[in-house]
Design a protein around this ligand. Structure first.
Ligand SMILES: [Cu+2]
Length: 122
């Protein structure tokens, strides 16, 4: 399995990531959170999925055959799916305190480094 840049992979060198997610701010208070998501790519479809990390530090369940995270098992809390290049979308979701990952689950994108950590404070 070739997920070199997956979350919690010990050798992950995210400086080598070919894709990424930037989030600002990276930490918010628990409650209703609005994500304004923009696909900055010129030629690729991307998406953003909010994953609650029940066990921070553990790798996410992965479907090798599809080269993507098993988002149902991983703890999908909501998503802005399939944004065309340049397109934007909004997700409003109620989040409890904890550690989260924001990932793109288009085939191969998570493994290419398209994830970032996100924290919700009490
Ligand atoms: Cu992507």
């Amino acid at each position: 399995m070739a997920i070199g840049l997956a979350y919690a992979t010990p050798s992950a060198d995210t400086a080598k990531a070919t894709m990424g997610i930037k989030v600002s701010p990276p930490e918010v208070k628990a409650g209703n959170v609005t994500f304004n998501v923009k696909n900055d790519s010129k030629d690729r479809v991307h998406e953003m999925i909010v994953i609650y990390l029940a066990n921070p530090g553990r790798q996410l369940p992965y479907i090798n055959a599809q080269n993507r995270v098993d988002e149902d098992k991983a703890g999908d809390k909501g998503e802005v799916s399939d944004l065309k290049p340049g397109a934007s979308g909004t997700l409003r979701v109620n989040l409890k305190a904890g550690k989260y990952l924001l990932i793109c689950n288009q085939s191969g994108h998570y493994a290419a480094g398209m994830w970032t950590e996100f924290t919700v404070d009490p």
